[in-house]
Design a protein around this ligand. Structure first.
Ligand code: ADP
Ligand code: MG
Length: 341
């Protein structure tokens, strides 16, 4: 009898790792396959990067509070974010959709309004896709293609000991924004006459519904002539992404709680929900900020950047992965299931 292994036993990353062992690379032009934010394909001096994401109704989005236009924008933005994470510039996207008969033509047009808005915003061309029917709900998949040069490419694997760890923007807002949207949905379901008052939470709900890929940072890094030694986007929570960088680069990290960027609305709302704000920062998903490492000598070039935060530094792998709390204690980082100290 063949053995049955539950996917939950090995997890998403375990599954991908197991599948990648069965895959062999046949072409020298395939510079990087599975294992980074995007694959890298060489066309002489030009490096093309490719990434894809799949979004399912009921799993990744809830149309009762996520307008179709926002969903279209977000589906493009999250792919552009993975292109940015390679230090590349996005150029083209393809869009594939599966629709149940619940959706009229107007709904699909609304979705495309958001897709087209994002295509304009990120300066990418929609060059194709696929359309098919679905038994239930909406399925949306976007593939993005981008370009960069070999010298500018940033993998997860290039972090060196003593490099400075940088994170852009602020973290944890999208997760706590989702908590607010879920709560208001329950209130509305219980009493449809109640109009949700979301003004107070506009920043964090906006971060959940309409994330921004940090292409601005990619252009600024180029202007400042800073090439990150490693980079990835923060889509699954800072702690989890730090583990990816550490594994790919064979290094450790030391980060400081008081350096972690958190917005005031995120902080206050986390407290309101009885969630430790630091948990949101470390384990919140869907921030789509950038996590990268730079050489010490590049520090001055970025020192005054208002939206780049220096959260710690890279250590030898043997020193592990630690967070120094505000009180000065070093706590071992956990990729998931962060508990109070
Ligand atoms: P990200 O969060 O940056 O989108 P993922 O965690 O989704 O990255 O994927 C990690 C790596 O695994 C990527 O290189 C991705 O292309 C690859 N990958 C994910 N799912 C599959 C799959 N079913 N088959 C082959 N490669 C996959
Ligand atoms: Mg990514």
């Amino acid at each position: 009898m063949t053995k049955r292994t539950e996917i939950s036993e090995i997890g998403e990353f375990g599954l991908i790792e197991r599948l990648s062992q069965q895959i062999d690379i046949k072409h020298p032009s395939t510079v990087k396959g599975i294992g980074d934010d995007a694959a890298v394909i060489s066309h002489g001096d030009l490096m093309q990067v490719v990434t894809t994401d799949l979004l399912l109704e009921g799993v990744h989005f809830d149309l009762s509070y996520c307008p179709l236009k926002h969903l279209g924008f977000k589906a493009v933005a999250v792919n552009v974010s993975d292109i940015a994470a390679m230090n590349a510039i996005p150029k083209q996207i393809t869009v594939s959709i599966a629709l149940s008969n619940r959706f009229p033509v107007e709904a699909v047009e609304e979705l495309y309004e958001g897709i087209n808005m994002a295509a304009t915003h990120y300066n990418v061309d929609v060059v194709g896709g696929d359309t098919t029917s679905s038994r239930s709900g909406l399925v949306l998949s976007v593939t993005a293609l981008g370009e960069t040069s070999k010298e500018l490419l940033a993998y997860r694997s290039g972090a060196g000991v003593n490099d400075i760890l940088c994170a852009t923007g602020d973290l944890g807002a999208a997760l706590i924004g989702l908590q607010v949207l879920e709560r208001e949905k329950q209130v509305f379901l219980a009493n449809p006459d109640m109009k949700p008052d979301l003004d107070k939470y506009s920043y964090i709900t906006g971060r959940q519904l309409r994330p921004e890929a940090r292409m601005d940072i990619i252009h600024e890094l180029r202007d400042l002539q800073v090439v990150p030694t490693s980079m990835m986007d923060i889509s699954d929570g800072l702690a989890s992404e730090l583990f990816h960088i550490c594994k790919a680069s064979d290094v450790g990290v030391l980060i400081y709680e008081d350096k972690l960027p958190i917005d005031k609305q995120t902080y206050d709302t986390a407290v309101e929900f009885g969630i430790d704000p630091i948990t949101c920062v470390l384990n919140g998903g869907e921030d789509y900020e950038l996590l990268f490492t730079i050489r010490q000598e590049d520090f001055q070039k970025l020192e005054k950047h208002p939206d780049v935060h220096f959260i710690g530094h890279v250590t030898p792998a043997s020193e592990g992965k630690f967070l120094v709390t505000k009180s000065g204690t070093a706590v071992e980082l956990k990729a998931q299931g962060w508990k109070h100290f």
